[in-house]
Design a protein around this ligand. Structure first.
Ligand SMILES: Cc1ncc(COP(=O)(O)O)c(C=O)c1O
Length: 442
């Protein structure tokens, strides 16, 4: 029957389509991306039905499927948008509505853009001045360990940098095909990219019973098993984890580095959640810092690419697609190949690059935007008030959020136990501070 129809199509002068599900690139067909998969499509359908008045046991779809802070109502950080606006439309530089530090940043950035415009292509690895700012930021983050701007590649979100590095790494056929170790659970960019590149995915399982920890014994198990059918060459680690949220301890990172070194693996450290560490006692340690502090032979020999992004953390600026990778111990000839690859795509979006610059170069104490910037990082207003009060007057009180209060109201709690003379001074200072604070922030 199918054959008969095909003949009829040809007979009627209609040719078969060149591109069909059967003829298309099967590697692309094999890609699965759960975060935007069939559940999201159904959710969009349900949203349309709700708009048309169809009755459901709920009145809205609440999207908790993708890490898109601003889609969920988070407000952008004012300073970031001010600098972007000024860069986009430099006529605003003469407007009194923008603070001087935002103008200064914008002018500095525009100076480094081709033709002083954000509408021009940049160098393929990113604007040189921004690469230098990123390197300085990494040095500061890592307690002074050197970072070379030549090892920084700005990217279209972290995603494109992760894909670019994987693209460099995957080669071979059959049993010599590159195997890439990824955590399970993972962020689906990894499995999708490996499917696209037809690389061999090697699963290592995070230990749920141990707060989703990363066991080196499990890495070893996965690696040994995979050696039978591929050539394992890459170890990907997501720290802090997505979707698991675990934050690796320094000892754990050292063990992973030793494992990667002994097994001759290229290490990819996805650190896009480095500003999202919440658990008490947890601390983010960058793979780069730990690697460098471990010294010889690791620091000089292990090859590492680590990734960061303006999509996560307090920034949540996913739509601008800003990111970067820092490569360590990469063969200079391969670095040239990476640059060539990036050149074919011309350059990462310039506005995303600018956001990365602001992330790495935020307002400093004493600059006009500093306080607001700090406040917008999610500190509750009463906490902000109490910290400022302490810093400016030495008076120590407790924010009302610690006691519970109605939403949208802010309190602080103070005792009246100091001796009367001290209490008088305290109230006087508090009075003055309160007047100044409310004038500044209302
Ligand atoms: C672990 C992880 N890596 C990378 C990305 C991609 O980030 P970007 O928006 O910078 O491409 C995400 C996004 O959610 C992620 O969760």
């Amino acid at each position: 029957m199918a054959n008969k129809n095909m003949k009829q199509q040809v007979m009627n002068g209609i040719r078969d389509k060149v591109l069909t599900l059967d003829t298309m690139n099967q590697s692309v067909k094999n890609i699965e991306y759960a975060v935007r998969g069939p559940i999201l499509l159904r959710a969009m359908e349900l949203e349309r039905e709700l708009q048309q008045g169809v009755k459901k046991p709920f009145t809205e779809i609440i999207r908790a499927n993708i890490g898109d802070a601003q889609a969920m109502g988070q407000k952008p950080i004012t300073f970031m948008r001010q600098v972007l606006a000024l860069c986009q439309y430099p006529d605003l530089l003469s407007s009194p509505s923008f603070p001087e530090d935002a103008k200064k940043r914008a002018m500095r950035i525009l100076q480094s853009c081709e033709g002083h415009s954000t509408g021009s292509y940049s160098a393929s690895a990113g604007i040189q001045m921004i690469r230098e700012d990123v390197a300085r930021y990494i040095e500061h983050r890592d307690g002074g360990i050197a970072s070379d701007p030549d090892n920084i590649f700005l990217s279209t979100g972290a995603s494109s940098a992760i894909m670019a590095v994987l693209n460099l790494l995957v080669s071979g056929k059959g049993k010599t095909r590159t195997g890439v170790m990824i955590p399970i659970p993972q962020y689906p960019l990894y499995s999708a990219t490996l499917a696209e590149f037809d690389a061999v995915q090697i699963n290592y399982y995070l230990n749920e019973e141990h707060y989703w920890g990363l066991d080196v014994a499990e890495l070893q198990r996965a690696l040994e098993q995979a050696k039978a059918h591929c050539q394992p060459q890459v170890l990907c680690v997501i720290n802090p984890g997505n979707p698991t949220g675990q934050v690796l301890s320094r000892e754990n990172i050292e063990a992973v580095i030793r494992f990667a070194y002994e097994e001759h693996l290229f290490l990819m450290a996805d650190e896009v959640y480095q500003d999202n560490v919440y658990a008490e006692g947890s601390q983010f340690h960058s793979f780069k810092k730990v690697l460098m502090e471990m010294g010889s032979p690791y620091a000089q020999q292990l090859q590492l690419a680590s990734f960061h992004s303006c999509s996560k953390g307090y920034m949540g600026e996913c739509g601008f697609r800003g990111g970067y990778t820092e490569v360590v111990n990469m063969d200079p000839a391969v670095k040239q190949q990476m640059l060539k690859f990036q050149s074919v795509r011309l350059c990462p979006p310039v506005l995303g690059q600018i956001l990365i610059d602001i992330v790495t170069n935020p307002p400093q104490p004493g600059e006009p935007s500093y306080q607001q910037f700090q406040q917008e990082l999610g500190q509750p207003a009463d906490m902000f008030f109490c910290i400022q009060l302490l810093e400016e007057t030495g008076i120590c009180v407790v924010p009302g959020s610690g006691f519970g209060q109605k939403d949208g109201t802010y309190h602080f709690r103070m005792t009246i136990l100091p001796p009367l003379e001290k209490l008088k001074i305290l109230l006087e200072k508090l009075n003055q501070f309160y007047a100044k604070f409310t004038q500044e922030y209302s």
